[in-house]
Ligand binder design. Structure first.
Ligand code: THU
Length: 138
């Protein structure tokens, strides 16, 4: 990869990291005290954000990815092309396993997920994913 491409690749991530850190302020996480902020771009360029929303019945908790996908649909649908989530210190974290499945469902083919080791494809973070084709036979 050339340095020019590398700088182009970096372009969305600074903006997305800032948006994810801003989204932390909307987290409701009184039980874990572990706020998570998420941000993504949709395939039409829309910026989406989400934060985790916990529940006294712990298993009912909505991860930040859940509220982000809700925002995707609320604002017009489409698919995700870049995704990042951060912890309360603003550090990049891996999406949990359940949310990798959620992201897989709503990804653009080219979706890149930021990880502590840099951007990765969906196939790298959820190999051999179970998806729509398994159910529909398509
Ligand atoms: N959490 C997320 O929001 N997304 C993830 O990918 C990892 C975990 C939340 C759920 C819970 O509110 C808190 O982090 C601690 O697990």
């Amino acid at each position: 990869m050339t340095s020019k491409n590398a700088s182009l690749d970096q372009a969305p991530w600074d903006r997305l990291a800032a948006a994810a850190r801003e989204a932390l302020g909307h987290s409701y996480s009184p039980y874990s005290r572990y706020p998570v902020g998420a941000a993504a771009l949709a395939d039409d360029g829309r910026l989406l954000t989400g934060a985790n929303i916990e529940n006294a019945s712990y298993g009912v908790t909505l991860c930040a990815e859940c509220s982000l996908v809700s925002e995707l649909f609320r604002t017009g649908g489409g698919t995700l092309t870049e995704f990042i989530c951060v912890n309360g210190s603003g550090e990049v974290i891996m999406p949990c396993g359940r949310c990798r499945q959620l992201l897989n469902e709503h990804r653009a083919p080219e979706l890149r997920i930021m990880t502590p080791l840099g951007p990765r494809t969906m196939d790298e973070v959820l190999p051999q994913a179970f998806g729509a084709a398994n159910v529909t036979g398509g």
